[in-house]
Design a protein around this ligand. Structure first.
Ligand code: MG
Length: 455
């Protein structure tokens, strides 16, 4: 009751502050909104029709953008998988939660600490049904799985889809294997990867069908288009962009299935749907990697192409259809933004790095006089740079870019702006020192849930 009352008040407050008249939404909504996060793996800024790709067809994701907002300056907190995922779910820089040291490999014994508050924890504690279908990559030893981090149920893979094929256990030269799990149980070893996008989608739609009459949080982190690429027979060979295009078009089909399920249950108006990627395209793999469009660099780098990713969001009570959001928004903003929407209170003592960006998503510029700062960290968690307002400084090289005018980072303005370079350098060190001083531990265990290696 308390939650519903809070939510209704909040919606009324939002509506009264908005230009459009959406009172009917406020009065007809009697439960907190559903939250859906669709998170792809290594998809670039330029890999969607609505972000300008000339041949990849993404009508369903484009529809989401048309019915909601397309974000042009959305950042993930790391240019690689595990740290980026930790930030999305906790609202924190990976370093603050200890998850900044590159990605989790099959024989690693640690993961995100269960003391951390994830988006799933918060929503589960507030009465949501929580389901995850896809790639986890935040630790796969006992006690570190999605079901330990706020998800009622999980169906998916624990780490990247290439780890069984291209990596070996160092001392033994054993091959790693990729398991497919439901909750804490291995269902299959080496599943047919051509079917993963389809199977995760079917499980997600089943979850929506099962929970359509109660608030739910659906996290759908596809294991594609991380290499090696696989598409099902229905999509393979269809796209002029080749296999990479086939994979993206199957993901787009998946988004369409989710939107159809919402429509079937008449839930579109009371569901926030976010679509984004965990980091930029893996350019080392030629045409099996994606495109960052006009942005420089890709996965693993701190150029814009590594961390600025496509992001579309639909939530009719807040976001006017057809919006273009050009504010700097990050994946760390998810937790503090959905908490008030869900009528959930974040613990007063919780230190996070994200911000509540409801106003920016609703079409208003960020409040306050100080432009927002965002720290860049390398794939191994070292401080790499800072963005403040339109400016970006890379620390090691000392390059300074005005990244709103110069999205491709080709005009280094450091020599012309030495005072700004010094100021941003000092600010980056100061902000990072605070994160480091207050960093929290990961959790580890010697116990195995499954043996990822075999002769
Ligand atoms: Mg990734």
């Amino acid at each position: 009751m308390k939650r519903n009352a809070t939510y209704t008040c909040l919606l009324l407050a939002l509506v009264s502050g908005c230009r459009s008249s959406q009172t009917s939404v406020a009065t007809s909504t009697s439960r907190p909104p559903n939250i859906i996060v669709i998170f792809t793996d290594d998809q670039g800024y330029g890999d969607l029709s609505c972000y300008g790709h000339p041949t990849i067809r993404t009508p369903n994701i484009d529809r989401l953008a048309r019915e909601g907002a397309k974000l042009t300056q959305f950042y993930v907190a790391s240019p690689v998988c595990s740290p980026s995922r930790a930030a999305l779910l906790t609202g924190c820089y990976p370093k603050r939660v200890g998850m900044h040291r590159h990605v989790i490999f099959p024989d690693y014994d640690y993961g995100l600490h269960t003391d951390e508050l994830t988006v799933a924890d918060l929503l589960q504690e507030n009465g949501y049904a929580t389901g995850m279908f896809g790639k986890w990559h935040l630790g796969h030893r006992p006690g570190l799985l999605p079901t330990d981090q706020g998800f009622d149920t999980w169906f998916g893979v624990p780490y990247s889809n290439d780890m069984a094929q291209f990596h070996r256990k160092p001392e033994t030269n054993y091959r790693y294997r990729l398991p497919l799990l439901r909750d804490e149980e291995v269902l299959e070893w080496e599943p047919d990867q051509a079917l993963l996008t389809r199977r995760f989608t079917e499980a997600a739609v089943e979850f929506i069908d099962e929970h359509s009459t109660e608030p739910f949080f659906l996290y759908l982190p596809h294991s594609m288009p991380h290499i090696p690429l696989y598409a099902s027979d229905d999509f393979r060979g269809n796209s002029p962009r080749g296999l990479y295009g086939d994979v993206i078009e199957e993901i787009d089909w998946s988004v369409g299935q989710v939107l159809d399920a919402l429509d079937a249950h008449d839930l579109a108006d009371q569901t926030l749907v976010l679509f984004t990627s965990d980091n930029g395209p893996w350019l080392s793999f030629g045409d099996h990697g994606g495109s960052a469009g006009p942005l420089r660099g890709g996965k693993g780098t701190n150029w814009e192409g590594g961390q600025r990713v496509p992001c579309v969001l639909r939530f009719p009570p807040l976001v006017p259809p057809g919006s273009l959001c050009t504010e700097v928004i990050t994946a760390m903003d998810l937790l503090p933004t959905i908490a008030p929407l869900a009528g959930a209170e974040l613990p007063a003592e919780l230190v996070i790095d994200g911000a509540d960006v409801r106003e920016q998503l609703g079409g208003k510029p960020a409040g306050g006089t100080t432009p927002r700062s965002f720290l860049y960290y390398t794939s191994r968690g070292e401080l790499a740079g800072i963005r403040r307002g339109a400016w970006k400084l890379l620390l090691e090289s000392g390059e300074l870019y005005q990244v709103e005018q110069d999205v491709s980072e080709v005009r280094d303005l450091a020599e012309k702006q030495p005072d700004l370079v010094r100021e941003l350098q000092a600010l980056a060190l100061e902000l990072d020192a605070e994160v480091s001083a207050n960093a929290r531990p990961t959790a580890s265990t010697e116990q195995l849930l499954f043996d990822p290696a075999r002769p």
